[in-house]
Structure formats: C-alpha cells, structure tokens
Design a protein around this ligand. Sequence first.
Ligand SMILES: Cc1cc2nc3c(=O)[nH]c(=O)nc-3n(C[C@H](O)[C@H](O)[C@H](O)COP(=O)(O)O)c2cc1C
Length: 329
Amino acid sequence: MTFKTPLCDLLGIAHPVLQAGMGQVAHGALAGAVSAAGGLGVIGAGYMSADELRAEIAVVRAHTANPFGVDILFGKVETDDQGSVRYAQRVQDQIAVSLDAKVPVLISGLGNPQGIVDAAHQQGIKIMSVVGNVRQAKRVVDIGVDVVIASGAEGGGHVGRVGTVSLVPQVVDAVRVPVIAGGGLADGRGLVASLAMGAQGIWLGTRFIVTNEARGHINYKNKIVAIDEEGTIISRGHSGKPCRLIRNEFTTYWESHASDIKPYPQQLVEVGEPATLLGRIEGDADKGVLPAGQSSGLIDSVKGAGRVVTDIMAEAEQVLSALAKLADA
Ligand SMILES: Cc1cc2nc3c(=O)[nH]c(=O)nc-3n(C[C@H](O)[C@H](O)[C@H](O)COP(=O)(O)O)c2cc1C
C-alpha cells in the first residue's frame, strides 16, 4: 500500500508524511533524515541568520537529493510607498537564501507570504501556508499558495482556537488546493483519519521532536515521553500569543501573572527567547519553554526520524486493513 496522494506527486515525495518546521528544533539533520525516508523534511528557519540557514540547507543536501522545505515566520507585512510588500530584514535574508538555493518547498509558518509567491513560482518552488481557520485558508489561497496546512489547537507551539477534527474537513470544503492536516497527529491512525477527512498528508511536529536527529536537549525529549494528554497548556507567557507548551513552573508562573504579559513580540524578545534557550537547549524542563502538543501522550520513545516515517506508513496499512474488514463484515 503506498498511500500516494496527489500531494505526493506535487511535492515529489514517496509518503504523505511531512515534518513540521520547528524553530530551534528542526535543523538540517532532522529534515534530511525525514526527506531521505521519503517524507518531506522541513528546516524551521525561525530566527536563523542567512549564513545559518545556508549551512542547514547544505546539511540536507549532503544527506539526500530528495525534496525538502524551509519554514519561514513571515510575520507582519508592511507595504512601501509603491505598494510593494516588505518583511523584517531577517525574513528578507531568509527568503533571499531560500530563493537562491532553489529550495523545493517554502512554508509560511506565521504571517502572509504574498510578497514572494510570484518569485518562488518563477523558480519552480512550491509554497505552503499554515492556517488555523477557514478565513485564513481562503486568504492564502487567494494570494496563490499551492497547499494549505490546516493545523488544529491540539498541536504544539503557536495554535489557533479550532480543533483538528473540526478544522480539516471545513478547510477541505473551502479551498481547491491540497490540504494537509496538522495538530495532535502522531501515528498511522492519524494518517488514515486525516485522509478520511479529505486531507492529502499529515504535518507532525511533536512526534518529530522526540527523535535522535531533532535539535534539543534530551530532557525536553524525555519530558514529552513522560507526560500524558493533559500535560500541556496553552500559554501566552512565551510570546504574548497563544502557544501550547508543556505545563511546568514557567507556565504556572505566567498563569498567575497574566496581567504582566506584554504584547507580541515584546514578550517573546524579553521572556520567550531566553526561556526557549533554557528549556530546549540547556534542558531546564521546569523553568524553560518547552512547546509540545497533546499527542505527547501517544509518544513513548525516542527513535530515528526515518523510522518515524516508516512506522507511520506500516501502522496506516494495518489500520486500513482493519477498516476494510469492518466494511466487509
Ligand atoms: C517546538 C516547536 C516549534 C515550532 N516552531 C514553528 C515554526 O517555527 N514555524 C511553524 O510554522 N510552526 C512551528 N511550530 C508548529 C508546527 O509547525 C506544527 O503546526 C505543530 O507542531 C503541529 O502539531 P503537533 O505538534 O501536534 O504535531 C512549532 C511547534 C513546536 C512543537
């Protein structure tokens, strides 16, 4: 069973399993391993400089010739006197590196990619956008993105208000481009359920944090293995925007100091970025910021990222066979 959807042909991948672009976690080693296994690996450009991003793209290409993506946080869009779109300097640098390197896929994780759609298409680059509701999905399709990623509130990191099971079919009904399901998915059951809802692939963040290749302290990975489905909470303490994090001293502090939270991006710069380094890189699982989703309860071991892809495909095959027997009964 191949589970090859039209999305696989569009992106040139063997399996409809996409690894979410995650800032500070999804570098070239992770993206390369996922792409080598036939999924789509994605570098989370996050706050990388141009040189760092160039180096991570080289890591992927040293690992595999298969397609991969770069996820950019486009952020706030400004227009100049001529009506042209302008992004922050860091974002402009990441765009320039990605276009120059002709990366196969560009993903807008936050904000609006309208300023680069034409340039990317001229280079043969596909553009995908992460959305959290139907209105955003329609808007990004109107500006020309090729694929929509509908990521629900169960997911790790910044989230919207709508759960995946409600969000995905509504986005599928609203747009004419392929839709990928994200948020709360971690195994073959999630893949089959997403395909049943009309999605053509799955976008997994939390599952891929708990891999050998993901960048991040082992305490972070072990904490995801240790917690159950109630172990995360949506907090504004990290960035000023709702973000799903592992419940710990950091989230408890900001729950009782909500009135002190500054607006985005001030909270992120003053509080979130240092706490991110403390949690994800230094491994302080109590005081640091550790984004993860409700699928943490499904994850019981650290494994190779390529193995995650092949396990999901094997599980999906078993699930579908069991369902077929049910239909025949
Ligand atoms: C540690 C972490 C960092 C993230 N950083 C980004 C990011 O830089 N860009 C982005 O588009 N999404 C980011 N996300 C959200 C993911 O892309 C994705 O939507 C989410 O992880 C899917 O839900 P799941 O965690 O349940 O699989 C991040 C998520 C996590 C857990």
